[in-house]
Design a protein around this ligand. Sequence first.
Ligand code: NAD
Ligand code: UDP
Ligand code: UDP
Length: 333
Amino acid sequence: MKKRILVTGGAGFVGSHLCDRLVAQGHDVLAVDNFYTGDRSNLAQHLSNPRFEVMRHDVTFPLYVEVDEIYNLACPASPIHYQRDPVQTTKTSVIGAINMLGLAKRLGIPILQASTSEIYGDPDVHPQPEDYRGLVSVSGPRACYDEGKRCAETLFFDYQRRHHVPIRVARIFNTYGPRMNRDDGRVVSNFVVQALRGEPITLYGDGRQTRAFCFVDDLVEGLMRLMNVEGTLDGAVNLGNPTEVTIAEIAHRIIALTGSRSEIVYRPLPQDDPRQRCPDITRAKAMLHWTPKVGLDEGLTRTIAYFEALLSASGSSVTPFEPALPELAKTGS
Ligand code: NAD
Ligand code: UDP
Ligand code: UDP
C-alpha cells in the first residue's frame, strides 16, 4: 500500500538512506530538515521526483502536515555535532518529540523514534539488552544527547499509554556507511579520510574501548521492519550489529583496506567515552526476523569507495584534513 511518509532528519546520513528505500517502494516521501548537520545534496537524487518533497523546518516548532506515518530521526548524532550546541540538542530531542507525537496523535498514525544506544551510557552490563536501565551521567558533555533521547523515549511511552499513539522506539547502535558527514568526527569517517589522505590516524585513549558497527543498509531494513510490525509494542528494540570490535582494530582494518601508510597517533580519550558497547539483538531477531547481513570488511570497503570519490571530486587543492576533535578530547582524561 502506498503511503505518505514523513522523515524528520531526512537530509542526514541515515535519513537520506531511509528516503531512498521509501521512494523506491513508491511511497510519497516528505523529508523535513533544518540542515543543521544534514545536506540537501544527500537527497539530490530525488529532487526532481514529484512524489518526493523536502521542507526546511526545525522540529522544535509545531508542524502541521497530513501524512500516514512518521520516522522521527531529526537530531545531530555525532558527539562533536551534538556537543556544539547542547541546549539545542536537548530541545531537538524533547520538544521535537512532543511536536511529532502531537502530530501523530492528531492524525492517529504510527511514529517511529530514532533512539540510541547512548541511553545506556557507559554500560556496566554487557552486551546491552533492552531491559538494562543504563549508567548515564546527567551532567557530562554527552548528557545533552543521552538525557534528551531518554526523555524523548519517556514521552513516546507516555503518548502510547495516555493517547494510544502507535509508537515504535528503535535503539540504534553505531551505524556507518556512505554519506556519513566527513567532518562529523565519528570514528569511521575520521579514520577513512585520514587513511585515504595518508595522514595520522587519531586513536583516542588506548584503543581498547569497543563498539559494534552496523552498515547503514542493514539499519534501514531494521527500521522499516520495526515500523511495519503488527500490533502494539511493549518497549524499545535494539538495532545494531552485534559484532564487537576494539577501536584499535577498526584503525588497523581501515589501514589494511585502504593500503594506507598512515601511522597511528594517540590522543586523550574524551570524557565519559563508553568503554564497551555491543547490542543484544535477541528481541529484534525474534520480533522482526531481522539480522544484519553486511560484514565489517564489506561495509568498510563500500564506505571507503564513497569517501575516495568524495575526496577526488573535491580535488587536491583542499586544505589538509583536520580531524574533528571533541573539545574534551584535547583536555580529557
Ligand atoms: P545526521 O546528523 O547525519 O542526521 C540528523 C539530521 O537531523 C540532519 O539532517 C540534521 O540537519 C537534522 N536535524 C537536526 N536537528 C534538527 C531540527 N531541530 N529540526 C529538523 N532537523 C534537524 O545523523 P544520523 O547519523 O543520520 O542520525 C539520524 C538519527 O539516528 C538521529 O536521531 C540519531 O540520534 C540516531 N542515531 C544514529 C546513530 C548512528 O550511528 N548514525 C546511532 C544512534 C542513533
Ligand atoms: N502539534 C504539531 N502538529 C500537529 C499537532 C500538534 O506540531 O499536527 C504540536 C503542538 O504544537 C503541541 C504538541 O504537538 O505543542 C503536542 O500536541 P498535543 O496535542 O499532544 O498537546 P497539546 O497541544 O494539548 O499541548
Ligand atoms: N574515536 C577515535 N578516534 C577518532 C574518533 C573517535 O579513537 O578520530 C573513538 C571514540 O573515542 C570512541 C569510538 O571511537 O571510543 C567511537 O566514536 P564515535 O564518535 O564514532 O561514536 P560514539 O562514541 O558516539 O559511539
